[in-house]
Write a protein that binds this ligand. Structure first.
Ligand code: COA
Length: 258
């Protein structure tokens, strides 16, 4: 199955999902969120699939949420917000492991999605950043909970609030990345681990993964709490000005919340 700028190929026990919107640095549009959710849900249903694999493109993983969509959503149309929400809510519900291969920039959701992945391989040139606060926003995808758990509070604050970009080597030391590999080896390495996982007894993998992930209720609650704040922030004057600045458009300040 291939949907516009998200390519989904199921085979060999793997559900391989690729972001292919290179002209926009793989920024995630509303349609792409929908396609990602559909691709993941199809992989969950397919009994021949043991593992999801997530790739960006060569040189760029994802520039995060499409800022034009943010501008429109905060500017009053609200269109498409539910598609992003569906994706965020799906992430903690997935029963099958996710292996990610990152080569290049991973911004916003491009980084926070990785906290839901079980194995992450990155090239040395990869850079992870979450400029939520600079955009007048708050962290999403459960990252306000998962990031302190995984990285420790000090590094989580630096990443999520200070907005400091992390190199691949730093993310390896911090515990988000499993291995830093040569640019040309990212996909090969990720697929090799994914193939090994897919070949294992599926129920034992799912049960073990579930034990390692622990109680997911707090994660679901945190995602909802983030969503409530995020939605408010989208229409704030701070956020609208930041979006407009990026897109070089006048801010939709009418009705702005602050
Ligand atoms: N939303 C919408 N469009 C985006 C985008 C995003 N998140 N990220 C990149 N693009 C678009 C640019 O507007 C540009 O479009 P154009 O060619 O029509 O002008 C194109 O992708 C290429 O981006 P550009 O900025 O020229 O590339 P760059 O290599 O100089 O910089 C980034 C790449 C990712 C550092 C930069 O584009 C950026 O900071 N993007 C925003 C990241 C972000 O804040 N995401 C939201 C996180 S919550």
């Amino acid at each position: 199955m291939s949907v516009d700028e998200v390519d989904v190929q199921a085979g060999d026990g793997m559900n391989v999902i690729r972001l292919v919107r290179l002209a926009k640095k793989n920024a995630l549009s509303v349609a792409m969120y929908r396609a990602l959710s559909e691709g993941l849900e199809a992989g969950e249903r397919d009994g021949s699939i043991g593992v999801h694999v997530l790739f960006g493109s060569e040189g760029v993983f994802s520039a995060g949420n499409d800022i034009g969509d943010f501008l429109a959503q905060g500017g009053g149309t609200g269109a498409g917000f539910d598609d992003g929400l569906r994706f965020l809510r799906l992430l903690p519900m997935l029963r099958k492991p996710i292996v990610a291969g990152v080569d290049g920039l991973a911004v916003g959701i491009g980084t926070t999605v990785l906290f839901h992945c079980d194995l992450v391989y990155a090239s040395a040139r990869s850079v992870f950043s979450t400029p939520f606060v600079d955009l007048g926003l708050v962290p999403e995808a459960g990252s306000s909970l998962l990031s302190p758990q995984r990285l420790g509070y000090a590094r989580a604050f630096e990443l999520l609030v200070l907005g400091e970009p992390f190199s691949a080597e730093r993310m390896l030391a911090a515990g988000l990345v499993n291995a830093v590999v040569d640019e040309g080896d990212v996909e090969k390495t990720a697929l090799s681990s994914a193939r090994r996982l897919a070949a294992k007894p599926a129920q034992a993998v799912a049960l073990s993964r579930s034990l390692l992930r622990g109680d997911l209720v707090p994660l679901g609650e945190r995602i909802e709490a983030e969503v409530r704040l995020f939605k408010e922030r989208l229409s704030s004057a701070e956020a609208q000005a930041a979006f407009a600045d990026f897109l070089h458009k006048p801010p939709a300040s009418d009705g702005a919340a602050d």
